[in-house]
Design a protein around this ligand. Sequence first.
Ligand code: ZN
Length: 215
Amino acid sequence: MALVLFSGGQDSTTCLAMAKHKHSNVEAICIDYGQRHRIELDQAKIIADRSDTPLTIIKTDLLAQLTNSALTQADQKIEIKQNALPSTFVPGRNQLFLTLAAIVAYQKKISVIYTGVCQTDYSGYPDCRDDFIQSLTQTINLAMNTTITIETPLMWLTKAETIRVMQTLGRLDWYADTHTCYEGVRPACGQCPACKLRLKGFNDAGVVDPLTYVT
Ligand code: ZN
């Protein structure tokens, strides 16, 4: 049995497909942390439905209360600064989310957690790195006296390789419901840094993105 930390984005949707390929029983949790794009949560529900995955939504406004990030504050511009963390960085986010996932896993007697963090296309987030995941796994197991493992199947893959994994699993169509765009719109804008990175991945993989874009 596995639990997928799910956001409705491309990477966690790939993790969901990979987990379902490997485990007969897969559930997902999605964290409602006051993200400025509510559309992410709607899309997460749609993908969970279409993939027949039980989805638990954990509501916490802690991050929005405590942090000042463009991902939670609608008045902040999303920008990538040179030699600095992007304005979308939310300190402690993955640590908090994986800890919440571990609490849910503990209650449900689930021993494997999947997360779509990736060090290859590393956008400067320190909590996407492999050494952080190793360290947190140890901390969670010490804290809960458990043997939970955190699977990060995308850690060393490029975006193009991730897309090819999805193609091999025959689940490319799930990408049509994923949300990536920083503008928070459907059809996606195709112009923001997130859309551009996504489109580059599909281009590199030689695969057509099933998502609809503004033309
Ligand atoms: Zn966009």
